[in-house]
Design a protein around this ligand. Sequence first.
Ligand SMILES: Nc1ncnc2c1ncn2[C@@H]1O[C@H](COP(=O)(O)OP(=O)(O)OP(=O)(O)O)[C@@H](O)[C@H]1O
Ligand SMILES: [Mg+2]
Length: 253
Amino acid sequence: MKFHEYGANLEETAVELVNIKKTFKHQGDLVPVLNGISGKVPNGTILTIIGPSGAGKSTILSLCNLLITPDEGRIYVHGKDVQQWDVKELRRQVGIAFQAAPMLQGTVLENLLLPVRLHGTNLKEPEKYLEYVGLSKELLSREAKELSGGQRQRLSLARTLINMPAILLLDEVTAALDTISAHEIEELILRINEEQHTTILWVTHDLSQAERVGEQTWFIIDGTIIESAPTKQFFSEPKDSRTRHFLERKRDI
Ligand SMILES: Nc1ncnc2c1ncn2[C@@H]1O[C@H](COP(=O)(O)OP(=O)(O)OP(=O)(O)O)[C@@H](O)[C@H]1O
Ligand SMILES: [Mg+2]
């Protein structure tokens, strides 16, 4: 099952950030959160983003589908400045999934059809999407809030896939799950990447996951990319002493 047809025709770069700066107001003061983030994510690849809590990882994701806008700098999605995109269309093409996989009151089917209602797209066989993410169609009439954490995350991914996104932003999507469910969701995401040629920006606290799934890895501290490298090289020969320190400390836990 193929969710989007334009994979082969896309620009080589899915997402490009150019010198992004962002400040948030905190108790009346302006606090810098991103201090000039630049980088490219090639089409169809997986980028893993790691770093301590508060480093700015989620903020980077929020910028890519215009949940927030930068104070300075430019973000390009498929070569087009996000400011030039129609927001609805951008959010259809740039899907986002979170740790919590929030569900609305109602059945699995109603939750699954949410993007259809929001965007007015046509959906003929909703059960196909459930099947794709490994959920039985028997679940369609169940209350979504009654699903297990792993099932909710699958449903959340199915809901995102309905929009046929070319890019997926993932924020700690396996953090709340037990080890087995986390691995299953990880496998599912890798399959989506492989079969749909979906570009993935994947924020995770799980360093072995970042190492397993990534092709490129960014390590961020205090809103700055300290090190960006192909994932294998990043983990086997980290160049920056702060990266080495972070990897050693985390591995000891
Ligand atoms: N909407 C907001 N308003 C004010 N401050 C914010 C807002 N969003 C994020 N921040 C601040 O920006 C900084 C970076 O937050 P962000 O959520 O991007 O970090 P993170 O790297 O995702 O951390 P974690 O690993 O804990 O999820 C933090 O200091 C946070 O308090
Ligand atoms: Mg975060």
